[in-house]
Design a protein around this ligand. Structure first.
Ligand code: DSN
Length: 423
């Protein structure tokens, strides 16, 4: 274990914990982090999360709090709200949800009663637990009906979605998910939602940074509510926001507080404000477009190596690889790649014959490596590492994995990560 020089107070007070943080810094510095929902935040965002704003309670909303001493907290939250509205073109923003799942739960509280029918993409097809999937509270307290993708294209079948919506008459329709490699057609979902008088919720957690940087179409004006985390492509702290039309504002605010949560995490609100300021800069637009360019270049290189990609490629930051024809289960591949310094997650693929805890695919993405300045020229090398890593996973070649690990370390050391101490 190494002791971090960058956290002197923590190191003195709790060397054991400080050493774990230092080890994590080292790991994040010298690995190729390819989990598509992860990223590196800036030093400014990190600093905001570590401020004394964590000391303050502020139940309520700016100007309407249940605690005194809000002279600085109210302006912090107002800044975050105004920046969120500006970046996403929203009429209303609530920046208090603790994370994505509570944000989505607040939507249910606002617009449905227990037992009501709700509709979303099924988890194994690329949706999210909170879109009405059975093991989630949203699938037990509500009646979740689920759409998927077509087996032949890997794409959403809007005839199927419409048919299901007309039959089931859901109160809420969710679009978006956690393993959707293609552009989400918000207008098509909105048309269906209007037809059955459902509230359309666009969960843009994965693509929020791409929307902010104009590298994915905006869910507005199509969606009634937009739910997003702030820590994925948006490159903010771990938190969430609910954005909406004005007509939905009151119900959402009431659902978040006092419906579901107590005091907002003001240090997180501050860091969200900082991240949104960064997202409004021209350089963030470049970042968002580079994330997509890298993912497309990587998808192409992976296909040249013979890999099968769900939907045949990507339009965004995410690639879902089906390893069935490689004969290597996703979990075995993910664990071997981890030993090679390439951090991914194993994932179900649509119509997966295997179990979720031991599925056929891996999910990869380009947000983090783009934050470190890797570009399209380096994607063939990344594809080659993945190809060699999956092959080594298949034949148990630990020496090959160790060789990739050394190569990854060399390349990543030459690309310092935002927010991490430099040697
Ligand atoms: N856990 C997130 C992801 O990895 O996509 C979604 O909540």
């Amino acid at each position: 274990m190494t002791v971090s020089l960058s956290h002197p107070a923590l190191s003195a007070a709790d060397p054991e914990l400080a050493a774990l943080v230092a080890d994590e810094e080292q790991l994040q510095a010298d690995t190729l982090r390819m989990i598509p929902s992860e990223n590196y935040v800036s030093q400014a965002v990190l600093e905001a999360t570590g401020t004394v704003l964590t000391n303050k309670y502020s139940e309520g909303y700016p100007g309407r709090r249940y605690y005194e001493g809000q002279q600085n907290i109210d302006p912090v939250e107002r800044l975050a709200v105004e920046r969120a509205k500006a970046v996403f073109g929203a009429e209303h923003a609530n920046v208090q949800p603790y994370s994505g799942s509570p944000a989505n739960l607040a939507v249910y509280l606002a617009f449905a009663e227990p037992g009501d029918t709700v509709m979303g993409m099924s988890l194994p097809m690329g949706g999210h637990l909170t879109h009405g999937w059975g093991v989630s509270a949203t699938g037990t307290w509500f009646r979740g009906v689920q759409y998927g993708v077509r087996a032949d294209t890997g794409l959403t079948d809007f005839d199927e979605v419409r048919e299901l919506a007309l039959k089931e008459r859901p109160k809420i329709i969710f679009c978006g998910g956690t393993a959707v490699p293609r552009t989400i057609d918000f207008a098509a979902f909105a048309e269906i939602a209007r037809e059955v008088d459902a509230v359309l919720v666009a969960d843009i957690a994965h693509i929020a940074g791409l929307v902010a940087g104009d590298a994915h179409p905006s869910p507005f004006p199509h969606a009634d509510v937009v739910s997003t985390t702030t820590h994925k492509t948006l490159r903010g702290p771990r938190g969430a926001m609910l954005l909406s039309r004005e007509s939905k504002a009151k119900a959402l605010d009431k659902a978040v507080f006092p419906g579901l949560q107590g005091g907002p995490h003001n240090h997180t609100t501050a860091a969200i404000a900082v991240a949104l300021r960064e997202a409004a800069q021209p350089s963030f637009r470049d970042y968002a477009h580079s994330v997509v360019a890298n993912a497309k270049a990587l998808a192409e290189s992976l296909q040249e190596h013979g890999f099968e990609l769900v939907s045949g490629g990507t339009d965004n930051h995410l690639i879902l690889m089906d390893l069935t024809r490689n004969g290597v289960p996703g979990k075995i591949a993910a664990k071997a790649l981890d030993r090679a310094g390439i951090v991914v997650n194993y994932n179900t693929v649509p119509f997966d014959p295997r179990k979720p805890f031991d599925p056929s695919g891996i999910r990869i993405g380009t947000p983090s490596l783009t934050s470190r300045g890797l570009g399209t020229d380096q994607m063939p090398l990344v594809a080659q590492w993945i190809d060699r890593g999956v092959a080594a996973a298949g034949n148990g070649d630990e020496a090959a994995l160790a060789k990739i690990r050394a190569e990854v370390r060399d390349v990543m050391t030459a690309h310092p990560a935002p927010g991490l101490p430099t040697a």
